[in-house]
Ligand binder design. Sequence first.
Ligand code: GCW
Length: 675
Amino acid sequence: MFEPMWLSPKVIRPIVGTRRFYIEGLDFQDPVAARIYRELLDFFGASQAADRQCADLVFIMNSAALPAERDGAYRIHTEGDCVCIEGNTATALLYGLYGWVRRKACGQQIDDFESVPNQALRMIDHWDQTDGSVERGYAGESIFFGVLGSNSHADFRNFPDRRQDDPFRGDLARVTAYARLLASIGINAIALNNVNVRGEAKKLIVEPYLDRVAVLADIFGQFGIRVFLSVNFASPIDVGGLSTADPLADEVSAWWEKIVDNVYQRIPAFGGFLVKADAEGEPGPMRYGRTHVDGANMLARPLSRHGGLVIWRAFVYDCNQDWRDRSLDRAKSAYENFIGLDGLFAENVVLQVKFGPIDFQVSEPANPLIGRMTHTNLMIEFQITAEYLGQQIDVNYVLPQWLAMTNWDTCAPQVDARVKAVVPKLCLVSAHTGFAGVSNVGMDDNWTGNTLAQANLYGFGRMCWDPDATAGSILDEWMTLTFPGLRGPAREAVSEIMLTSNKTFKNYTAPLGVGFMVKPGLHYGVDVNGYEYDRWGTYHFADRDGIGVDRTQSTGTGFTAQYHQALEERFEHAETTPDDLLLFFHHLPYDHVLHDGQTLIQHIYSSHFEGVKEVERYITLWKKVKGLIPQADWENVADRLQAQKADAVEWRDQINTYFHRMSGVPDRLGRKIYA
Ligand code: GCW
């Protein structure tokens, strides 16, 4: 049986259970208001006070005192022993409840403070599929879908009419626990199904599946989370039986209008559609000679009448590239496809942009669209599921990398041009901007495959909410809430592993910004040339003299020109490019000297030797933790650390041997390279 990760009753109940609460000004017809009440009574074990005077935990709905521009903001102050939580919506009060509990459990200041979410949309995207599998999922089957017989977790009581081919798992207790987890970290939107919408998933927008979606939407709605569905752009054909999906054809827009009206009749708080169009073989408006604007705005029209959004993905590139053609550069695609459309999208369209120009790699620069698109709502997409980052086998606490990205200075002509600041600022409607993260959750008992990967889900939510949070502060909270018994040297050991893990992973997989030396398709494990002569546009161009992708304007693909001038100048020259991104922007000889004085080839050798050493150190450190966290969690990580070591060793030896053979340069320190 699973236990909620960071709302463990063991931690929370001693704090809340002694309280008598009183709620003022809430309408209990509101499902979130009713949920606060149930949370306090059933989950936290508090009791209800007869009136405000005899309460020591008071919730007050008060719209006057808080900034109106951010939904969900709350204020907490104490009067003697009494804790007062104020907010201007029921959801804000729910956040206030979780926020107070978290602060109290973590020993943080609670006397008087206001908490305002940094990003408006704080969204989780599931790549769950109706057969129960999860694309790029590493924690078991989908918590939403699962065909009968394929798993032992299906719960029939909730859907007594469940047919043999009904894709909905029906484990509503799990969904409720999940909704609570997400609300506790401030998530307010969720897409239930994969952006690659195949097979039965196309029919989620119509009955009978829509009824099931409505059940899930009700649960999420109680926690202030709006449900979105990914839709296939060709649905008018595949679901509606029309002969075209041309966005400018009247019958197509009329069909979508009917679909949207019906969805809202069933789910009044429905969030909208998430669309991957004209990308990696998915259908889209370009098949009909139309633009992304034609496609997105056509869907946006009926949705706007109900307050719904179209989240349109910018992950559009040519996945049939000819590796021989050196004029092509996948990194340039998002910008080339979308910059000319700035200002043309409707107000309820949100362009979802991956944080980097390639694909969720461990070192990438920021996507140049961020800070350049000034009249379009943007949502920055992060990947919590660790597709390229060790697949929840290798430990990889990714907050240091993400926070570097949200703090990245786009150099847009703004007072504060960091990613997290320009996203809500440079747009049409700031309430329609934010961050999205691809979920790392599945039916595994610990939710995330590797128990330590929970911290990335927790951290994603905290990063969307709190602009001042650091990788260390987020980790501290997560450890306290998840492993309350962990103290002293053991706690320091976990900290040490986690805070260095992203760099360690980078050390043995991606020298200086080169990515994609992974096994094709799988994306785990080393294969230096796996993608080198393939159609996906991700190359390292290593030869006997050097390595890296020349993306400069003077001699390369010209990608650097997509950035604002200050960045363009920085990345145009190897001397001013940070070492971390050096080979992303430049093709350089093996004897090129880095900022730290090492040659490039020595850096490759050394970082790979160090990577393995670090993993060995983690194995030793992890022994200190034994007995201080639940045994199952300890073993879960201990086993994976062994697998990680094998992975790192393979990376080290193949990369070092490969570059030794290519360059002919021996390791200066004479370490073992299998020449
Ligand atoms: O990185 C690629 C993944 C695909 C994914 C795609 C996307 C959902 O390998 O599995 O498809 O990105 O983001 O659309």
